[in-house]
Design a protein around this ligand. Structure first.
Ligand SMILES: [Zn+2]
Length: 426
């Protein structure tokens, strides 16, 4: 619904409210989980007449979805076509299902997402993510591009050689990729003397990882890609639970919402709305889906929003990149920061080739941060680093000089498969 983005803010709100009401009644009729929740909280959904009423409805947590997974299913089992799971980054993966209506909704969602980016009929798009492995998004990209009438190259995940070979063969204009995989591809090109100065690729549609800061400028990851490869980067934000993508338009100032498919709230710790530009947790209600709709689901993703019209002419709400997970928030001397804020500063600091960040809680139950850096860094450089922390974060973590080997050991504990730059010891 491209026109929806360009409707007035008031019209968008009205349409969204109608969808929200419809979804509430649907859940009350079909969802064992929400029927139980409404009964326990003595909620009569027909009496929810405004957003003020709505925001008193209980929050759905990830634990709810994990522990009562089957109770969220609103349709007969045999109606489910596609069975998928969440990635389970912070816990056990959760099962979700899609019926015919949901698959059509997913197609529309991705179609709109590609349209926001500017992908047109006849453009060739290379999908470097898996289309199977119980992954919802891969299938969504394929179906959205089919609907759009684009050409599709399904290379799947990994295999840099296959990726570059496909780019040469099929001349895609766009590439859908996890940004850190693009870094790997670029490294592979360098190591194998692949000339990437004249590729057909004009833009990458980045998924799974943030590429921008809160002020919309590229973060370290984004910069690393564009320094080596002259292409445009589009940020997207999505999750399996949401079954909806938030996507950047051509002006790259936040990820546009699709208000007919998802209702968003950005809340503080007390469940109150934060103001535009303030960091809060994203709480979502999925709209127009049938198998497992979620009502006021707390995503754990901390971000900011803006609801002023975008310079692209669209009036839909925009979300920033995710600043961190709610559980990872650090309250340092009264200021809320995320590991990512510290990692960004350290990664950009010249001459620092390794570090590790540790979060602890002191006797007074206050968060403490120690940044361990190699002892060959001069005290003068440490002073500069302290100044940068002060100006960027308003607070300074403790900086400790230790042997480089100790840092390496802390970063790669045996029980972990991936290096750990942030160690949460709270
Ligand atoms: Zn825009």
């Amino acid at each position: 619904m491209s026109n929806l983005h360009r409707s007035s803010i008031e019209e968008i709100k009205q349409l969204q409210w109608l969808q929200l009401k419809k979804q509430l009644i649907y859940l009350d009729l079909h969802s064992p989980f929400y029927q139980d929740k409404f009964r326990k909280s003595v909620t009569d959904v027909t009496k929810i007449l405004s957003y003020d009423d709505f925001r008193h409805l209980p929050i759905t947590t990830k634990e709810d979805l994990q522990e009562h997974n089957e109770d969220f299913i609103c349709v007969p089992r045999e109606e489910i076509i596609d069975h998928v799971t969440t990635s389970g980054t912070l816990g056990i993966p959760v099962s979700l299902g899609l019926n015919e209506a949901d698959l059509q909704r997913l197609t529309r969602n991705e179609l709109e997402s590609f349209k926001l980016i500017g992908v047109e009929k006849g453009d060739v798009v290379q999908i470097t993510t898996t289309l199977d492995r119980r992954f919802m998004a891969g299938l969504a990209y394929f179906m959205g591009l089919r609907e759009l009438g684009a050409g599709i190259v399904r290379t799947g995940s990994g295999l840099p050689q296959l990726q570059w070979d496909s780019i040469e063969r099929f001349r895609p204009k766009y590439i859908v990729a996890v940004p850190s995989f693009l870094v790997k591809m670029l490294q592979y090109a360098k190591d194998n003397n692949i000339d990437i100065s004249e590729t057909s690729v004009k833009a990458a549609i980045c998924i799974g990882e943030p590429i921008r800061e809160l002020d919309y400028s590229l973060n370290t990851l984004g910069k690393r890609i564009t320094e080596d490869w002259n292409i445009d980067l589009f940020s997207t934000y999505a999750s399996t639970e949401m079954a909806t993508a938030f996507t950047e338009c051509e002006v790259h100032m936040g990820n546009h919402s699709q208000p007919d498919l998802i209702f968003t709230e950005i809340l503080d710790d007390d469940g109150r709305h934060v103001k535009p530009g303030e960091i809060g947790e994203l709480v979502i209600t999925t709209l127009q889906n049938e198998t497992m709709p979620l009502l006021r689901f707390a995503t754990g993703d901390m971000l900011t929003f803006t609801d002023s019209p975008c310079t692209c002419g669209r009036n839909t709400q925009r979300l920033s990149s995710v600043m961190g997970r709610k559980q990872q928030m650090i309250k340092l001397k009264g200021t809320s920061i995320y590991p990512q804020n510290i990692i960004e500063i350290l990664t950009n600091f010249k001459g620092l080739d390794t570090f590790v960040i540790e979060a602890r809680r002191n006797d007074l139950e206050m968060d403490m941060i120690t940044v361990k850096v190699p002892d060959n860094v001069s005290l003068e450089r440490i002073d500069t680093l302290t100044e940068i922390f002060k100006s960027r974060l308003q607070v300074t973590p403790d900086i400790e000089l230790v042997k480089k080997e100790e840092i390496e050991l802390l970063r790669s504990p045996e029980e972990k498969r991936k290096p750990e730059v942030f160690r949460d010891l709270r």
